[in-house]
Design a protein around this ligand. Structure first.
Ligand SMILES: NC(=O)c1ccc[n+]([C@@H]2O[C@H](COP(=O)([O-])OP(=O)(O)OC[C@H]3O[C@@H](n4cnc5c(N)ncnc54)[C@H](OP(=O)(O)O)[C@@H]3O)[C@@H](O)[C@H]2O)c1
Length: 234
């Protein structure tokens, strides 16, 4: 049975990946900074849990030691948005955002490289904003763009372990529930900005993650799951 560690796995897209991976017969480890949340989902799914904070390298080293008998796949969904205009940037929030998406996953790779089996893979998460600049999306855009390069360069560094990125459009993953009544407006606006005329569902992303885990001839790529949003001109 292949083992998969999902960091950010206690909620939203990470939890959806963990849930499907259990259904598909993987040995699933849910990694999250909130160990109680990870354990609660793990009990529900029949998985196990480990504490990993993408802002804290010591937790990565400890988790890698706990999983020293090996893992096959690593999926990382972490993000810490700092959605402000340039004049409003705050240094610490900027660093936190880069750490969640770029620096943290690189340090996870450092600690898990000795543990990852050579036939295994890593999936990291970018996002369509990396290719659609706009006011207030500076940090999200640059971090998402960096994730594309992270996948490419980490794939070369860790070969033959495969490393790929998924770049979602707007997905109703649970992440937008915090908008309350504003969520419907965001989803319909994003649907209008795609070629397929709808926003994304968690299953759109989970299907692609599960495919990438098995896609043994794909490495260093970014897969765009955004209904053609980058190609919509008007
Ligand atoms: N949903 C979308 O519309 C969309 C669009 C484009 C790109 N994406 C990208 O897709 C990925 C997953 O999206 P989502 O919808 O699941 O987003 P989300 O609801 O914001 O989830 C982010 C995940 O990152 C985890 N996380 C944040 N900081 C962490 C840290 N220091 N250590 C460990 N985990 C940490 C969160 O865990 P906690 O529970 O501890 O906060 C959560 O599980 C993200 O990278 C996001 O940027 C999503």
């Amino acid at each position: 049975m292949e083992r998969i560690l999902v960091i950010g796995g206690a909620r939203a897209l990470g939890a959806a990946v963990a849930r499907r991976a259990v259904q598909d017969g993987y040995d699933v480890v849910i990694g999250a900074r909130d160990l109680a949340a990870a354990e609660a989902l793990a009990v529900e799914l029949g998985a196990t849990a480990v504490r990993i904070d993408l802002q804290d390298e010591t937790t990565m080293a400890a988790a890698a030691a706990l999983l020293a008998d090996g893992i096959d796949h690593l999926v990382m969904t972490g993000s810490a948005p700092h959605d402000v205009r340039a004049v409003e940037l705050e240094h610490d929030k900027l660093v936190t955002a880069f750490t969640a998406k770029v620096i943290g996953p690189m340090l996870v790779a450092k600690h898990f490289a000795p543990v990852l089996r050579p036939t295994g893979s890593i999936v990291v998460f970018s996002g369509v904003v990396g290719w659609r600049p706009g006011p207030g999306s500076l940090v999200k855009g640059v971090t998402n763009g960096a994730v594309e390069y992270l996948a490419r360069h980490l794939a070369a560094d860790l070969a033959p372990v495969r490393v790929n990125a998924i770049s979602p459009g707007v997905i109703d993953s649970g992440a937008w529930d915090r908008l309350g009544d504003g969520k419907a407006g965001l989803l319909s606006k994003s649907a209008a900005g795609t070629l397929v005329g709808r926003s994304g569902e968690s299953d759109d992303i989970v299907d692609a993650v599960m495919w990438l885990l098995r896609a043994g001839f794909i490495s260093g790529e970014t897969v765009h799951l955004e209904g053609g949003a980058r190609h919509k001109t008007a």
